[in-house]
Ligand binder design. Sequence first.
Ligand SMILES: Cc1cc2nc3c(=O)[nH]c(=O)nc-3n(C[C@H](O)[C@H](O)[C@H](O)COP(=O)(O)O)c2cc1C
Length: 201
Amino acid sequence: MPREIPNDHPSLDLKKSLEFVFSNLEKGVTERGHHFHLLSLGTIDKDNRPQNRNVVLRKVDMANSLIRFHTDIRSNKIIDIKNNSSISLLGYDKANKLQIRLTANATVEESKEVLSNVWSKMYPMSRECYRVKDAPGKVVASREEVLFEDEGDDKLNGLENFVIINCHISSIETLFLHSAGHVRAKYIYENGAFHGEWLVP
Ligand SMILES: Cc1cc2nc3c(=O)[nH]c(=O)nc-3n(C[C@H](O)[C@H](O)[C@H](O)COP(=O)(O)O)c2cc1C
């Protein structure tokens, strides 16, 4: 096992390291098998308890420090976010031995045009999730009570429950695992740019 980190490894340079993170996050959007396709979303619930769940990464925009995921407007995570918009996102890219920890401010996408546009491009199976009649997380006496609306002639049934969450990233922490010594850094987003610094791993 090599005991030295190769000189050209992205983790050794703060700028390259951040670009590497974003290029892998972009792969996470388009490649279903990529480890960053799923991120663990952390919110704080109304009882001030942390809650985590997996979400699929849908969009990444480094220039605007933004990432997006999709969800149901009736879900508990939305209640959490409306109560406290501070969220965290966690990912581990096993292939690159790279952990990322993001802090962000979550907002619900308001544009009906953006929502309809994304909806029209979604797989029918993905749209079906939003046609469940009761709110996700509701207690039911039996599974037979879980009912779905049909898709409708215009295929718009469920759109009223579909929402995009914009995560405005405020910081990114990276940890690259190396046998020769782990490399950790933190980037703060301020005045339209990320400013990085090294941390003790
Ligand atoms: C592989 C996987 C991908 C998921 N992707 C999403 C997603 O993109 N959006 C979402 O709302 N829930 C997604 N879920 C379900 C959530 O993890 C969670 O169970 C659900 O949204 C209810 O969470 P809540 O009650 O905290 O709102 C996914 C679950 C798994 C296992």
